[in-house]
Write a protein that binds this ligand. Structure first.
Ligand code: PEP
Length: 234
């Protein structure tokens, strides 16, 4: 059984989510399906889809205009939240420290954080991929985890670019993440691969060792693109 998670980013609408919910309703699958949607779509009827947010405040409450707390997200019935997505790290200068605090806030409120790590093109070209991944995992995960978390390996240079690493590169990255998690006492934590996943490459990617599922951006927006990813693996 795999985890197939979608990230709608700043796309979609409440009616688009309704369409996705009804489109997936009759699908026969044992996989866990998650959609991380904009805040405005939280709390809607979601059928078999588990709903998540795409970011969360590190603060509990108070004078933080525009922010949304983990408690507020949990209050909508959402179960997951992405933290440390490449676009948050890039456009909002989020550091491992920020990401760790956000993951902590999520965990304190019963949410499962999907913690993203991955290297930029500059880091890849400098031969730092493995070091960046390992420090991302070690520094973005709170020290006191005792409820489930999910890690997503998302090579930042490949997101939305139609590019993917080779199978061997994905295998090496996921093996390193699994080893690091085990050293941190977190063996068994699911590790998703994300960046340019589509129906035509999903099965091959999910057959790579230590790939427990995928995090899908663009191809999660429409049933016609998302369903083939879900049905591509048993
Ligand atoms: C993402 O933004 O998490 C992502 C994986 O995007 P895409 O699938 O579009 O590359």
């Amino acid at each position: 059984m795999k985890i197939i998670a979608g990230n709608w980013k700043m796309n979609g609408s409440r009616s688009a989510l309704k369409e996705m919910v009804s489109g997936l309703q009759s699908l026969e699958t044992n996989h866990t399906i998650i959609l991380c949607v904009p805040y405005t779509m939280l709390g809607l009827e979601s059928g078999r889809i588990n709903i998540g947010a795409q970011d969360v405040s590190a603060h509990t409450h108070g004078a933080y205009t525009g922010e949304v707390s983990a408690q507020m997200i949990a209050d909508t019935g959402a179960k997951y939240v992405i933290v440390g997505h490449s676009e948050r790290r890039g456009y909002h200068n989020e550091t491992h420290n920020t990401v760790r605090n956000k993951a902590s806030a999520a965990l304190s409120n019963g949410l499962i954080p999907i913690i993203c790590v991955g290297e930029t093109m500059e880091e890849k070209q400098a031969g730092k991929t493995m070091a960046v991944i390992e420090s991302g995992v070690r520094e973005s995960i709170p020290s006191d985890v005792n409820t489930p978390i999910i890690i997503a390996y998302e090579p930042r240079w490949a997101i939305g670019a139609g590019l993917t690493p080779t199978d061997a590169e994905i295998a090496d990255a996921h093996a390193l993440i699994a080893k690091t998690l085990s050293e941190m006492g977190l063996s068994g934590t699911p590790i998703l691969y994300g960046a340019s996943v589509k129906g035509s490459n999903a099965a091959e990617i999910m057959s790579i060792p230590n790939v427990d599922g995928v995090l899908v951006g663009g191809a999660s927006l429409k049933c016609d693109d998302f369903i083939p990813i879900i049905t591509s693996v048993k």
